[in-house]
Write a protein that binds this ligand. Structure first.
Ligand code: ZN
Length: 72
């Protein structure tokens, strides 16, 4: 009788897809492996000083890099 399931926000059906798209609505670059994504993240850090995460996408099952998906 556990009720630990986090309810998904009903007004945001695309919520779990948000990690696949950039803020402007275009798909992000995708990487086939975690190590590719991490390399890209490291390159971005080296070149631009931006700290990015590599994460696996629930939408296309590839890897993307970016800030953790949030609303802002
Ligand atoms: Zn994706």
């Amino acid at each position: 009788m556990k009720r630990r399931r986090r309810p998904l926000p009903p007004t945001r059906p695309l919520g779990r897809v948000a990690s696949h798209f950039s803020r402007d609505g275009t798909p992000k670059n995708s990487y086939r492996t975690e190590s590719e994504a991490k390399s890209a993240a490291q390159l971005a850090w080296t070149l631009n000083g931006v700290d990015l995460n590599a994460y696996r996408c629930d939408y296309c099952f590839a890897w993307h890099i970016g800030k953790r998906f949030r609303d802002d």
